[in-house]
Design a protein around this ligand. Structure first.
Ligand SMILES: Cc1cc2nc3c(=O)[nH]c(=O)nc-3n(C[C@H](O)[C@H](O)[C@H](O)COP(=O)(O)O)c2cc1C
Length: 345
């Protein structure tokens, strides 16, 4: 089995079967407490949760975050996610297309059949920033990634900690920024840059803005810890010890949102990393996010199929609606300025 494919399958199994949460720190979202409105002058069913993203209307500000799991698992999960996302009216990102780009896509189910299942919602292509140095013509590969699935946007993920603690990880990162600038300039769709659970700081957000990136998914700390995942699959005790020390590394999701919003007032910000409920989505929006994404928290539902995932999203949406109702917010714009009880961070 190709090493990249084997690694992706191991990641999926580990996330499903072990505790790979950050453990040391939380997202900080739990400290965002809305002032309860005991007399909301509005009807629950009149609350409008819709928003626009990449030129399409979403029923709720929600993104199913990118996940890979090796080709066999990925094909089935991607189909379920595409169906559920379209039924629920939310955006979804597919997992890394690296294998598909390097070895051909159809076998992983990464083709335009996903668009046929999800004609109405934004679909996002994905690969890692480290590939920008490996590939001869990254702008061309970026175009192929987008064309492969007829995507509305391209996610490039930053995962330096994961690469650093992975035995076979990419150790060369110098020069990625210049390559990113070229890819953003050449891309036919908006480029979104995300972390994978360690967060984006104000300084990094500023650097990304300079490369031309206008959409940032903070993927902060408090949820899945990729150092923990890599510690679980380390080939020896030394590697395991290096990875394990960084289990709690990263910037909590709540802090990322406030500092990225300050650094880039005009950016579209996606809150992710440890999102558990629709209340976490509400808290994220109150802190300055436009959308919220979830990965590990919906994986179980996604593996059960489209219908169970659709129900999972319906629950998150209802939680967000109740948060709007009990904070007296008619829509997401009002939620953004709803009163809080305490200082946030
Ligand atoms: C099984 C699994 C596979 C993932 N694969 C990818 C990937 O291929 N590309 C990517 O950008 N992020 C990937 N991620 C990271 C998530 O998109 C997300 O940023 C991270 O898990 C933090 O969110 P969470 O706390 O909701 O899990 C993966 C996550 C999981 C759980």
């Amino acid at each position: 089995m190709d090493r990249t494919i084997k690694r992706k399958s191991e990641h999926l199994d580990i996330v499903l079967s072990r505790d790979v949460s950050n453990r040391e720190i939380t997202t900080g979202l739990e400290r965002v407490r809305f002032e309860h409105v005991a007399l909301p002058e509005l009807d629950l069913d009149d609350i409008d949760l819709s928003t626009e993203f990449l030129g399409r209307r979403l029923a709720a500000p929600f993104l199913i975050s990118s996940m890979t799991g090796g080709p066999e698992a990925a094909a089935e999960i991607n189909k379920a996610i595409a169906k559920a996302a379209n039924a629920a009216g939310v955006a979804f990102g597919i997992g890394s297309q690296r294998v598909a780009l390097e070895h051909g896509g159809a076998d992983a189910g990464l083709d335009r059949s996903l668009r046929a299942l999800a004609p109405d919602v934004p679909i996002l292509a994905n690969f890692g920033a480290a590939q920008l140095l490996d590939w001869k013509d990254p702008a061309e590969d970026a175009r192929r990634a987008v064309d492969m699935i007829d995507a509305d946007g391209l996610i490039i993920h930053l995962n330096p900690l994961q690469e650093a603690v992975q035995a076979e990880g990419d150790r060369k990162w110098a020069g990625i920024r210049a390559r990113l600038t070229d890819v953003v300039a050449a891309s036919q769709v908006p480029v979104i840059v995300k972390e994978v659970g360690c967060g984006i700081s104000a300084d990094v957000a500023g650097a990304l803005w300079e490369t031309g990136v206008r959409i940032i998914d903070v993927a902060g700390a408090g949820g899945t810890s990729w150092a923990a995942v890599e510690a679980e699959r380390a080939p020896d005790s030394g590697r395991r010890a290096v990875a394990d020390a960084f289990r709690g590394w990263g910037i909590p999701t709540a802090r990322c949102i406030t500092s990225v919003r300050q650094a880039c007032p005009e950016a579209t910000i996606i809150s992710s990393g440890g999102i558990r409920t629709g209340l976490d989505v509400a808290r994220s929006i109150r802190l300055g996010a436009d959308l919220a994404g979830q990965a590990a928290g919906l994986l179980d539902a996604a593996l059960d199929g489209a219908e169970r995932l659709r129900r999972h999203i319906a629950i998150m949406t209802e939680q967000l609606r109740v948060a709007c109702f009990c904070s007296g917010s008619r829509n997401l714009a009002e939620l953004r300025t709803a009163k809080l009880q305490d200082p946030v961070n």
